[in-house]
Design a protein around this ligand. Structure first.
Ligand code: COA
Length: 419
């Protein structure tokens, strides 16, 4: 993607590509409450900085609003695809509600469209109410789990014989962890390919973020031949109740290549000495732990929003993925932010084959906005659910269920990588 042109608005704000991470860092520090980034954190996020994709708005030469752009490779239903990551949308407090965020997003999406960049844009949002108006739909959800000591039993579990356990640092376990993650990568939409810089972000362990817990630990499960089959990144926070240890164990990330390793990693975490409640604040909505626990109710599953996605170019976005069932549907799309997507599009596709999407004059089967398209792009959202909420209109009887089944994907999308 070429560097966006420098332009000045009639309000005096100048928009240009960011020259260095420090330009963003200063605004971000202010926007998120004044805590400056430590040199260590700046080095980690600075290594991911892509100047040509990142924008600043300046007033009098001083940056006052930011948007970071990233070229990412994400698993979509059917396989990996390039997507544009957007992060660090931040506006200094004294410049808010003047349309700077809207203008930064409009410029970033227009540049992707004009230069035929990635067809899909994705972001994590600090608050769920911000990005729907810009055509970003809720593409993945997560479930938070908190397993109390009395509810650790599994109903039935695969045979975990032959698996062995090691607990070490994420750095020492790097080869094992990356091997497991890379094996899991194609299985679930939403997962991002990680190079060395993204791995440093994934295992970042800022002392200021520990809140009384110990350093980040890595549990690795290996098979009889020594091959890594599962891992968990977690920490323990000391806590005592009536002189008994009730340490809080919190899982940051957990992947396993097969059901036995998966059960073994969880069993090992749940059986950790000193641990009281074992929590995992961000797991896929269809996490198998919910099916392993004898008493999932006690784990108090709590669902919340995770990744937001948007079609930059509708036809290229809808053909970047595969469909779970045969689909032949005409979508009537409204898209105020990216007007080139507006109108009627015929989408055809099915399992194991490539999809086609082109403008059509045929009557529409479903009417929806870019936001609903974004919600189903990764296979997570349900068109039926959105229709029941009044956000999708079925114009041809039968079209809704068929399209909904085609867009859904098993397993559900999940994006644990922060950007
Ligand atoms: C969120 C933030 C980026 C908004 O920037 P801004 O320049 O004030 O936003 P804009 O003026 O462009 O607002 C555009 C629209 O979004 C709405 N909006 C802005 N912030 C919002 C919020 N936190 N929640 C809901 N809506 C919001 C505005 O009301 C406006 O609505 P409209 O469609 O009726 O016009 C800014 O408040 C900020 O930096 N907050 C702290 C950091 C943060 O949370 N960033 C988001 C990272 S994902």
């Amino acid at each position: 993607m070429a560097a966006p042109k420098e332009t000045r608005t009639d309000t005096g704000y100048e928009f240009r590509a960011a020259a260095e991470w420090a330009e963003l860092g200063a605004v971000i520090g202010l926007a998120y409450g004044g805590r400056p980034h430590s040199p260590a954190h700046s080095a980690v996020v600075g290594a991911l900085f892509e100047p040509k994709r990142s924008l600043v708005a300046c007033l009098g030469g001083r940056p006052c609003a930011t948007l970071a752009g990233y070229a990412l490779d994400m698993t979509l239903p059917g396989g990996p695809a390039p997507v544009a990551g957007i992060g660090y949308v931040a506006v200094a407090p004294q410049h808010r509600r003047r349309g700077l965020m809207r203008e930064l997003l409009r410029r970033a999406l227009t540049a992707l469209h004009e230069e035929r960049g990635e067809p899909v844009a994705v972001l994590h949002s600090t608050e769920p109410g911000i990005y729907g108006r810009f055509g970003f739909g809720l593409a993945s959800q997560v479930v938070g789990l908190s397993v109390p000591p009395e509810a650790r039993a599994f109903a039935e579990a695969p045979d975990t014989g032959g698996l062995t356990l090691d607990v070490t640092s994420p750095e020492d376990a790097h080869a094992a962890v990356t091997a497991v993650y890379d094996a899991c990568l194609p299985q679930r939409p939403g997962l991002l390919r990680r190079d060395a810089a993204w791995w440093r972000r994934a295992v970042e362990d800022e002392p200021a973020d520990r809140h009384g817990a110990g350093r980040l630990l890595c549990l690795v499960a290996s098979g009889p031949g020594g091959e890594a089959r599962g891992y968990a990144l977690y920490r323990l926070r000391p806590a005592w109740e009536r002189s008994r240890p009730r340490y809080e164990l919190s899982v940051r990330e957990l992947f396993a290549r097969d059901p036995a390793a998966y059960a073994f990693v969880w069993r090992s975490l749940l059986d950790t000495d000193l641990a009281g409640t074992v929590s995992a604040p961000s797991r896929p909505v269809d996490d198998p732990l919910l099916a392993l626990l004898d008493d999932p109710r006690s784990a108090a599953p709590t669902v919340r929003d995770q990744l937001y996605a948007r079609a930059v170019d509708l036809d290229r976005a809808l053909t970047a993925r595969e469909y779970s069932a045969p689909v032949d549907v005409v979508l009537d799309v409204r898209d105020a932010m990216c007007p080139w997507n507006e109108g009627r599009w015929r989408l055809t596709g099915g399992p194991g084959g490539s999809a086609a999407c082109a403008r059509t004059g045929a009557a529409a089967d479903l009417a929806l906005t870019a936001r609903e398209v974004g919600a189903v792009l990764l296979g997570g959202g349900s068109l039926v659910q959105l229709a029941l909420a009044g956000r999708v209109t079925e114009l041809r009887p039968g079209a809704l269920r068929a399209a909904s089944a085609a867009f859904r994907h098993d397993p559900a999308p999940f994006c644990p990588t922060a950007f």
